[in-house]
Design a protein around this ligand. Structure first.
Ligand SMILES: Nc1ncnc2c1ncn2[C@@H]1O[C@H](COP(=O)(O)OP(=O)(O)O)[C@@H](O)[C@H]1O
Ligand SMILES: [Mg+2]
Length: 229
């Protein structure tokens, strides 16, 4: 994934796939979408977890842009902010965060009422909701499995944002439920040893690791961008 221009004075997050569908960066998100499509031979892929070794790798920006290019294909898409440690999707899509995944998981709110439209056709977001004291426990619950199964009846594709695997067990726990994962590495920032440990951790889950995404590659290295597979 190429470096994106930083022109966000108000810290609002710039979603390139929404604002500039024909840019080379958006094209790379579409390539990832295509690769995901062909990664599942027997059964169409219906959900994926996006994670990384440490914080700041670009999980959330990747999950959001990927969700947009799925929705642009007119696939009903749900982006779930399951980073209950540092949720960001409500900022990214300028949504409320009073009700979200945490409320749905404790049975306080039905999924249908907690999801929000984003202004991008075919894309809804389930923000994190109030941060609970016990995220791993909630994410590992039977209720989480039920919520995902229910979401699958409402949407064609579900993308989960998550906390980093080396920090807390949440992503690994969630990967077991979601079944497929993508691992984001940030060029020039993610330490190789950490990336290796992060990959081992996520491979240790029951989820199928679909691939790694090399994010924020300097433009001069264009031929190396967007590793996948
Ligand atoms: N390819 C990129 N180009 C420019 N900025 C990026 C890129 N990837 C991530 N960022 C920025 O880096 C910060 C961390 O990204 P984020 O997606 O929030 O990481 P994570 O969710 O893994 O912690 C954000 O401010 C994001 O906008
Ligand atoms: Mg994040």
């Amino acid at each position: 994934m190429l470096k994106q221009k930083k022109k966000n004075p108000n810290k609002m997050r710039h979603l390139i796939a929404k604002l500039n569908p024909s840019s080379p960066v958006t094209e790379q998100y579409r390539t990832i979408r295509t690769n995901l499509h062909f990664s599942s031979v027997d059964e169409a892929l219906s959900s994926v977890l996006v994670t990384s070794a440490g914080p700041g790798a670009g999980k959330s920006i990747t999950a959001a842009n990927l969700a947009i290019v799925y929705a642009q294909q007119e696939k009903k898409t749900l982006l779930i902010d399951a980073d209950m440690r540092k949720p960001t999707m409500h900022y990214t899509f300028r949504l409320g965060n009073l009700t979200g995944l945490s409320n749905v998981l404790i049975g306080e709110s039905p999924l249908e009422q907690a999801v929000e439209a984003t202004g991008v056709d075919f894309l809804d977001v389930l923000s994190c909701g109030p941060i609970p004291p016990n995220p791993s426990e909630l994410l590992a619950s039977r209720r989480m499995k039920e919520v995902l199964e229910h979401a699958k009846t409402m949407y064609d594709f579900i993308i989960f944002d998550s906390p980093p695997v080396l920090a807390v067990t949440d992503a690994k726990v969630l990967a077991n439920i979601v079944g497929s994962s993508l691992f984001v590495i940030r060029s020039g920032e993610t330490n190789i040893e950490e990336a290796r440990r992060g990959l081992e951790t996520i491979q240790d889950s029951k989820a199928k690791l679909l691939g790694a995404i090399l994010n924020d590659v300097p433009k001069t290295n264009q031929s190396y961008y967007s590793y996948y597979g």
